[in-house]
Design a protein around this ligand. Structure first.
Ligand code: PEP
Ligand code: MN
Length: 273
């Protein structure tokens, strides 16, 4: 077992609950984060932010810096995207999360967002982890594509060890031999993390499956396994999305998911924010 002294359950006798404005993330709550994979244009993003606000959501998501497998794929709107997410925050009065890919962009992302996301591909970018460990905003550490639970907790430990106590884990599926799903969602890891660590843990059923049709049951399974919330991709027109359309819900599907999770979270003794 890894030496995650600060992330371990033994360190604290109560689970960490992170507060962002009126939203709580951690034990006893079901926090729902939603938004498109990437910010694609100002109009689209402001529109989806308002749609989500009307349906019900705790926090917005949207990538401005996208870690794409191919250098020829859409790379995100960069700093312009961050200004758009900031505008959406102001318009909806909702907090927002966005990914940082590069230490040189941390100040900028810090200024415009409430939570900083370390994506799967950067889970072992130790210099990036150390830098976000110096800031006073929460950090989501997504599980690496092929990371063991130990490696993942040690990545969180890097952030905690630099003094940032506001770390949230996010299971987003791991690579296996399976090809019909984009990744294999590790539900057992969620329950085990709850035993091992005091940190809040979310599940991202979009990246974990790659398939919008199975997002709802996987989201429910995540909550049943002990997850403290969900981060899901939603797009007005998934077929036109510049990234991850196949795993993005339409607003109508999101509404159905939201209503279902609201009911289901009560059964799991989790409060909707
Ligand atoms: C994302 O959430 O936008 C993302 C790129 O996810 P992951 O790092 O889990 O692939
Ligand atoms: Mn995505």
């Amino acid at each position: 077992m890894g030496e995650y002294k600060l992330a371990s359950k033994e360190k604290l006798n109560q689970n960490t609950i992170i507060k962002i404005k009126d939203t709580l993330i951690g034990e006893g709550y079901c926090t729902i984060i939603a938004g498109p994979c990437a910010i694609e244009s100002r109009d689209n993003y402001l529109e989806i932010a308002q749609i989500l606000k009307e349906i019900g959501v705790d926090m917005l998501r949207g990538g401005a810096f996208k870690p794409r497998t191919s250098p020829y794929s859409f790379q995100g709107m960069g700093k312009e995207g961050l200004q758009i997410i900031y505008e959406a925050k102001m318009l909806t009065n909702l907090p927002a999360v966005t990914e940082v890919l590069d230490v040189r962009d941390i100040d900028y992302v810090y200024k415009y967002c409430d939570i900083i996301q370390i994506g799967s591909r950067n889970m072992q970018n130790f210099s990036l982890l150390k830098e976000v460990g110096k800031i006073d905003k929460p950090v989501i550490v997504k599980r690496g594509l092929s990371a063991t639970i130990d490696e993942w907790l040690l990545a969180a430990e890097y952030v905690l060890n630099m003094g940032n106590e506001q770390v949230i884990l996010c299971e987003r599926g791991i690579r296996t031999f399976e090809t019909l799903t984009r990744n294999t969602v590790d539900i057992g890891a969620v329950s085990l993390i709850k035993e091992l660590s005091h940190l809040p843990i979310l599940v991202d059923p979009s990246h974990a499956t790659g398939k919008r049709s199975i997002i709802k049951p996987v989201a429910k399974a995540a909550l049943a396994a002990g997850a403290d919330g969900i981060m899901v991709e939603v797009h007005q027109k998934p077929e036109d999305a510049l990234s991850d359309g196949s795993q993005s819900l339409t607003p109508k599907e999101y509404k159905s998911l939201y209503l279902e999770l609201t009911k289901f979270s009560h059964l799991e003794n989790k409060q909707i924010n």
